[in-house]
Design a protein around this ligand. Structure first.
Ligand code: MN
Ligand code: MN
Length: 471
């Protein structure tokens, strides 16, 4: 290389911003680590297909790592608290007093899906179907002609809960929503807008066909199904009114590609960040500052309700941590701690799709394989509905990630005015804490089969671990 060339190269290295492909930064051992991490992650995805199952799986795993349910007596160092079995907080008491800092990673454990309506059963043309009401941002055409599994609970009038999982075990029946054959769908579907081609009220689940023996009976198939459900689960039709039953893809998490570099599965938004933060929490047992991981529900429907980010669960759990650290949780102290906290809003984001590059702005959107993605802000339009992390906080996180050798990138979601989306950051920002979005880029996000790079998944975990270790 000539002298001029060398000078140019060294200047470029010093002053130009260039993204780094995660695989180029890994040696063989690190590739193995990333792949091994993905194995545990796939197991979590299969075990945790709903918010309730995710919370169960988190409790089970956290208990093994020494976390215990908070009791007001003990001064435990590693505690958790459940919020109605649909969200959960984990915390590890740090070496420094709580007033000096609290580190929070918040992810969500709900995913887009189809819920059964409260009165779902009906019979038509000697078949039993179940009516659904979709939850979160789905593209309805992706949910027809697919094997679906049913997960959830039914609360009977005596208060007993019946847990339902049908369609996951080998040999289980599955459910499906039938689609119209192409021979007859020209007017009914194909000439319509994609959004209107499959109507919400037509997302009905095929669920039975055998008639009750007495030919004089009305709605014989429905009666036979109710009889079956009564025999099998001890439930009656009214019990559906107090049930939460969710239809999710019956498929398992899989490797994708000749080289197995991707994981594809339902529910990676946002269980990828949930799993990464769970593993980071478990692995950091003597943090300088007290650490907390929140796994919240209802993010996909605006964080509403008593299990979402808009609930006051964070305050309650902070009070637990204060007591666990031997302090009386006064309102002022709690506000002070949350005001001074530093947080990561751990949520998946869109990676640039090779087929739809035109909805992205390549210079400022996340690339698959370039590591965990920081988003200074989310929201839509003129930065509406967003929590905007300060330059100072971005600077801190950037310094940390660089120092720890994390492969990371900065990205916003799509082109300006192309669409947009928010996360939970703005609801935690209300307390005054610094918070920034930081999560895994994905392809096919919100579909029944979302795709993420094993390298990006592993860097997400490494980033969260670095933040808890010394953020
Ligand atoms: Mn999400
Ligand atoms: Mn989402």
């Amino acid at each position: 290389m000539g002298k001029e060339n060398e000078k140019t190269k060294s200047l470029e290295e010093r002053v130009k911003l260039t993204g780094k492909l995660v695989w180029d930064r890994y040696d063989e051992a690190q590739v193995k680590q990333a792949f091994a991490f993905a194995e545990g992650y796939k197991g979590f995805l299969d075990e945790a297909k709903t918010e309730r199952e995710a919370v169960d799986a988190i409790v089970k795993s956290a208990q093994k790592a020494g976390f215990c349910a908070y009791s007001q007596k003990g001064k435990d160092k590693r505690i958790y608290r459940l919020n109605k079995d649909k969200s959960i907080g984990l915390a590890t008491v740090g070496k420094q007093p709580l007033e000096k800092g609290l580190r929070i990673i918040v992810s969500h454990v709900d995913s887009p899906r189809l819920d059964l309506k409260q009165n779902p059963l009906y019979e038509e043309l000697d078949m039993v179907l179940l009516r659904t009401h979709y939850y979160g941002g789905i593209k309805k055409y992706q949910w027809v002609a697919q094997p679906l599994a049913m997960h959830g609970i039914i609360v009977k009038t005596d208060g007993k809960k019946v847990k339902i999982v049908i369609g996951e075990r080998e040999g289980d029946p599955v459910f499906t929503i039938c689609d119209l054959l192409p021979h007859l769908s020209r007017k009914a579907q194909e000439e319509k807008k994609l959004k209107e081609a499959i109507e919400a009220e037509k997302l009905t689940i095929l669920a039975g066909h055998l008639p009750f023996a007495d030919r004089e009976a009305k709605e014989r198939v429905k009666l036979r199904i109710l009889e079956l459900l009564h025999e099998q689960y001890g439930i009656v039709e009214e019990d559906f009114l107090s049930a939460e039953l969710e239809l999710v893809p019956a498929s398992k998490a899989r490797d994708v590609g000749f080289d197995r570099a991707f994981v594809a599965s339902y529910g990676q938004d946002d269980r990828v960040c949930s799993y990464a933060s769970l593993k980071a929490m478990e692995g950091v047992d003597a943090p300088p500052f007290t650490t907390m991981a929140l796994f919240l529900d209802k993010e996909e429907v605006g964080s509403e309700g008593n299990t979402g980010a808009k609930s006051r669960f964070l305050e309650l759990f902070t009070a637990d941590i204060l007591r666990a650290a031997g302090k009386e949780p006064s309102d002022v102290l709690m506000k002070e701690i949350l005001f001074n906290a530093k947080a990561i809003s751990a949520d998946g984001t869109a990676g640039i799709d090779p087929n739809y590059k035109d909805v992205h702005e390549a210079q400022n959107n996340a690339k698959i394989g370039y590591g965990v993605c920081l988003s200074k802000f989310t929201g839509a339009g003129g930065k509406y509905f967003s929590s905007d992390a300060s330059a100072e906080y971005v600077g801190e996180i950037r310094e940390l990630f660089n120092r720890k050798g994390i492969t990371w990138q900065m990205g916003e979601l799509g082109k300006v005015d192309e669409g947009g989306g928010g996360t939970v950051a703005k609801y935690l920002a209300l307390y005054g804490m610094d918070i920034i979005d930081c999560g895994t880029p994905m392809l096919s996000m919100h579909s029944p089969f979302e795709v993420a790079s094993k390298g990006d998944i592993y860097e997400t975990f490494r980033a969260y671990r670095a933040f808890l270790e010394e953020g």
